[in-house]
Design a protein around this ligand. Structure first.
Ligand SMILES: Nc1nc2c(ncn2[C@@H]2O[C@H](COP(=O)(O)OP(=O)(O)OP(=O)(O)O)[C@@H](O)[C@H]2O)c(=O)[nH]1
Ligand SMILES: [Zn+2]
Length: 215
């Protein structure tokens, strides 16, 4: 069996798949400055940033921002040669990632399902989760996240036969604002045969919705 990898061009940290690469790349968070600003935020909120319980909060929050905006670096996507698959549909689901809505800086949970039609190679299954995690680790909107994941997977598989469905829970809609706890947003980005073949499209949707259950 031959192992193949999909790698970014030399000097690139990730494939050029997005016109919205996100505000911060790995290592670009000024944690000292963030900690200072969190201290100021606490003061502006009427808190005493020096009190016992809050003394370490600015540094903790800065460290959290740093880890959120510094997801795992891009690693090559492992693919395996596997001939005679004959247009098999592969659907990987149950991939839950956390992102932050860029309007309110509140968390959104994104349940991701990815489908593709392997040709002569199959993609290492965990790599779908890694792609989703990397695009979640930035300030986002669900629609853009869905497109970015679909575009990167299409690059990896070298074709357009890719479908990505995302089921999102937005805390900015559940815990504040309209306060609709059960609200869920579903986004779907399809390409190639998933767009033109209604049977394939239906098979993907049936499998995707099955992954989400009653949620
Ligand atoms: N399309 C889209 N909208 C989002 C997403 N996350 C949050 N939003 C919306 O962004 C909008 C921001 O609207 P604004 O009117 O500027 O903010 P707001 O006054 O806080 O709005 P409310 O949430 O209605 O209270 C809200 O409607 C949010 O529901 C997302 O991923 N996609
Ligand atoms: Zn929001």
């Amino acid at each position: 069996m031959t192992n193949a990898v999909y790698s970014p061009a030399p000097g690139q940290s990730a494939p050029a798949v997005s016109t919205h690469p996100g505000p911060a790349a790995s290592g670009s968070v000024d944690t000292e400055r963030v900690a200072e600003l969190i201290g100021q935020l606490l003061a502006a909120l009427g808190e005493d940033p020096g009190r016992e319980g809050l003394a370490d909060t600015p540094a903790r929050v800065a460290s959290w921002w740093n880890s959120f905006l510094s997801p795992e670096p891009f690693t090559a996507v492992t693919c395996f040669t596997e001939t005679r698959l004959s247009a098999q549909l592969v659907v990987v689901g149950g991939m839950s990632v956390w992102s932050l809505c860029e309007h309110h800086l509140l968390p959104m949970n994104l349940e991701v399902v990815i489908g593709y039609l392997p040709d002569s190679e199959v993609v290492g299954l965990s790599k779908f989760g890694r792609v989703a995690q990397r695009h979640a680790g930035r300030l986002q909107v669900q629609e853009r996240f869905t497109r970015q994941v679909a575009e990167e997977i299409a690059d990896v598989v070298g074709g357009k036969d890719v479908a990505v469905a995302v089921h999102g829970t937005h805390l900015c809609m559940s815990m504040r604002g309209v306060r609709m706890e059960a609200a869920r947003t579903t986004t779907l980005q399809v390409g190639g045969l998933f767009k033109h073949d209604p049977v394939l499209s239906q098979q993907f949707l049936t499998l995707a919705v099955g992954q989400w259950g009653a949620a």
